[in-house]
Design a protein. Structure first.
Length: 373
């Protein structure tokens, strides 16, 4: 592989230590971003673009900003019109998304593909990756939009703040370098896998858009990635995708790609459409997608949450029940102090049931089928 790393080995050693130097060189040689990220879960001595961990590959500048954070900027005379964030490992045990990001990065480092749009790759929670858990202390995907400020110190609190800063710098840089915002379109695909089975294996959560219409072209893009079940968000949240959508008008989705499996046990062929379409997007190639048609989708709108109020909360949904399972009208789904939840609408379905949440938190999201006009 040919890339002109601008620092000598000695300079690198001075910045981050000999162990880092060796690991970084290994990354340059192999493109193995997972290993580098896992080896330095807490980060490096020097972070941000000033750390000078940049190299050129196939007419793009690649900068390692921090552990799990890799920026790729095309060295083009034409201004790129898209800024794209592709994130994984916001939940550390969700390995398929990590392997998708790994695939894209190794293809870039090996010069198999040429990136034409600014792209920020993220492996969100290296500490949780190393312990093969969803998170160490707090669910990182509830901590964005400043919600990290409200919790006690822990790794996820620190990491949420960092991720917000990197994403914000990334989108703002494109804005600063162009005359008006409208010249650059922002994108953020936050890739996950789900804890339980799903009636629809792959699905995406489209963050709440306020008064803005749902973007049918984006829905078609999701379908072309193999994701034709879409759940429309019903209000502001602390998720990573909502953060980019609300603050930077990014086309943004939380994408659930199937069930959680350990490293090495994912059938990557199952994710080839996603990997290929993301590659086409960052390389400015034709996106093979059809015009939007309701009949090609399972669309759901959120009705609201079943919230656990007290320790007396009981949920009548088994651990083996799939996401998007629907119940007949009048079915009792939960009881709590002085209250119960019964379904009231045809097709009413459950998503993300979890009785083990804390008091005041969502135990189930209730959804119902919908179509777009
Ligand atoms: Zn997840």
């Amino acid at each position: 592989m040919q890339n002109d790393n601008t620092l000598t080995s000695q300079e690198l050693t001075d910045i981050n230590g000999a162990e880092f130097n060796q690991a970084y060189q290994q990354f340059l040689n192999t493109g193995d971003f997972i290993s580098l990220t896992r080896q330095f879960e807490q980060g490096f001595t020097q972070t941000g673009q000033s750390n000078q961990l940049s190299f050129s590959v196939n007419k793009a500048k690649v900068s390692l900003l921090d552990t799990g954070i890799l920026l790729v900027e095309p060295e083009s005379s034409v201004k790129p019109s898209k800024s794209i964030v592709i994130s994984s490992a916001i939940h550390g045990n969700e390995t398929a998304p990590i392997e998708i990001v790994q695939q894209l990065i190794s293809d870039i480092v090996a010069q198999k593909i040429q990136v034409k749009h600014r792209t920020l790759f993220i492996m969100g929670n290296p500490v949780a990756m190393n312990i093969a858990k969803r998170f160490q202390t707090e669910n990182l995907n509830r901590l964005f939009c400043g919600k990290h400020q409200t919790i006690a110190p822990c790794y996820e609190k620190y990491r949420a703040k960092k991720l917000e800063t990197y994403v914000s710098d990334f989108f703002n840089t494109a804005r600063d370098e162009n005359i008006s915002d409208s010249e650059v379109t922002n994108y953020h695909y936050d890739l996950h896998t789900a804890i339980r089975d799903s009636k629809h294996e792959k699905f995406a959560i489209y963050p709440y858009q306020g008064d803005k219409p749902w973007d049918k072209e984006q829905l078609s893009f999701m379908a072309s990635c193999g994701v034709n079940t879409i759940l429309f968000g019903h209000g502001p949240t602390g998720t990573f995708s909502y953060y980019s959508s609300a603050n930077f008008s990014a086309h943004s989705f939380t994408v659930e790609l199937g069930k959680v499996r350990p490293f090495g046990e994912n059938n990557m062929a199952n994710f080839s459409a996603m990997t290929e379409q993301l590659t086409a997007l960052i390389c400015n190639e034709d996106l093979l997608q059809k015009d939007f048609d309701n009949k090609n989708f399972n669309l759901y709108t959120a009705l609201g949450d079943i919230t656990k109020v007290s320790e007396r909360f009981k949920l009548f949904i088994g651990d083996d029940v799939s996401n998007f399972t629907d119940y007949p009208v009048g079915t009792l789904l939960s009881t709590d102090t002085d209250q119960e939840y019964r379904t009231t609408l045809p097709g009413e379905s459950i998503v993300f049931p979890n009785a083990k949440v804390g008091n005041g938190q969502r135990a189930v999201l209730m959804v119902v089928p919908t179509t777009l006009t």
